[in-house]
Design a protein around this ligand. Sequence first.
Ligand code: MN
Length: 409
Amino acid sequence: MPAKKKGQKQQAEFNEEDELAFLEAAAQANQTRKQAAATVEEETKKDEGLVLTNLPEKPSVAFPNNTYPEKEIQEYNGHNGYRTTSEELKQIERLEYMEKVVPDLREGAEVHRRVRQWAMANVIKPGVNLFDMCAQIEEAVRRLTGYQPITRGLASLNNCAAHSTPNHNDGRVLQPDDVMKIDFGVNINGNIIDSAFTVCFDPKFDPLLQSARDATNTGIKTAGIDVRLCDIGDAINEVFDAASYEINGKTYQVKPVSNLSGHLMAPYTIHAGKSIPICRGGSGEKMAEGELYACETFGTTGKGRVHSLGDNLSHYMVNPTPPVPRTPQQRKLLKTLQENFSTLAFCPRFIDYIGEKKYQLNLRQLCECHSVVEYPSLSDVKGSHVAQFEHSFILLPTHKEVLSRGDDY
Ligand code: MN
């Protein structure tokens, strides 16, 4: 969930040819990986110590030869159907690319569904230690993807909307009256599924959750080839306008968090430029065929804007074009981070997982020289509650596919 930040540099634009070559290579690598994984992986489990009760099997076992399910197909709304006018060659390339990428996305989506449903049944309960909960969810993703580099698992509580995941010393335990956003990504060869949901145990928050669920679904329904991003923001805002609820005689109006948004994704890049606004006044830029988006909306009972409270710094990404760090130690850490996480989001828990020790100072210095970008956790005002739902969908030539759709949300 990219936060609009003053002066923040946009990600480098992708050159389409480079991207296609890159995807060809990724698809090739996938084949090799799958063949190798079948034999080696079971013997090389890295984290034997972590017991994951009732963990479902890898989707690649249940769906051999890329037969992953299509979970939801949506027709385009009227005018924006199949492209017949744009340059045909480019389109054919685009289709070939999609043929290679869509199975990876469906596999990632199947992993996401399995892990979140497993976590809801086995891990996420009042009393669970948040650090342990995230570690288990992440390990489940590792095992179900055959140890692909994972993206962050976020657990943001109550007025905190995003970018929060517990560090070692956190110690927080999930409370029965918490509103928790669970947001994690699954990466298959750099093809990312980003999806999030909100958990509460007290039904008084159900209307808040429902508003964000409806808003996200409305955003996806409105999306399409050549649809202006601002029109999606308008439609989402309208859902929140109509959402209010009462607790003990007090009425809470739900607002969208105006400085968070959905986002275009590209290989290994969670935010590839365009944003899907969740309030009015967005950009007039249009969606295009073949694009993969994460539509995520945040409904809040607070002010409708989030900012860093300086309370949690746990979320980092390597700069895609990092300046060369000053010292050999910093250069070594940067290389390790690139090799393990590419340009995907990571947190200190991941660095521990790969066996690095005493990296804190070097990590801070990598942030200071902008080789690594830090994303502090973002919160609305104290006492408020924020709910989030997020799905990944792709704009195929004749229809939208809502990849991460499940029976749960
Ligand atoms: Mn996202």
